[in-house]
Write a protein that binds this ligand. Sequence first.
Ligand code: DC
Length: 222
Amino acid sequence: MTQVIAIDGPSASGKSTVAKAVAKRLGFFYVDSGSIYRGITWHALENEVDIHDADAVIQNTRSADWVFRAEQNVAVFSINGYTPTDELRTARLSEAVSDVASMPKVRAFVNDRLRELTGLGSLTIDGRDIGSVVFPDTPYKFYLDADPAERAQRRYRELVETGEAEKAQEVLESLKRRDAKDSSREEAPLKVADGAYVINSTSMTIDEVVQAVIDKVEGDLR
Ligand code: DC
């Protein structure tokens, strides 16, 4: 039977690293749901669509040819034949994406794609509402958190590695702005899903978090 492991939480809580590693260890496909919101935002910006105009954004999204496929154990997509990667991580796009992700029709589009992806096999998906809205019936729900200062440090180190370093204080401010938008929006706000297993990773290593998720999933499967 296909299984879904939902890993939700705020920005830079380690969700994607953990979800990817858990997927690999269990032989599941890894799905980064935030990258689909980022892809929609990127495609809108490319076509010079007003990203505050929800009708224009959804029309631009629906009229594109989206193809999802598996590459190794990761689900990836192309939009009109092109697979954006680094373009999805720019500071401009990171600021814009929270507004696009608050649009109900955009969320419905993403949720349909995520549910279709179960056709690939078992999935580990990271996001904000995977356990609360997209797959509320999955028994494997995790909420990964860490203190804001620690999350800002982690994001800062990532940005330094990719040569996109902003000042540490700016990283913290931008993170807080996004958390506030993602948690306060009306549609599917970031929250702990009913029955989710909460892990605060502030003083844990990635391996410890991965092991905690696997222990919980395997304990439940036993
Ligand atoms: O995880 P991320 O930073 O790549 O997510 C990008 C944006 O999309 C962020 O503003 C939160 C939003 N998002 C969402 O609302 N629901 C999801 N399931 C995943 C991401």
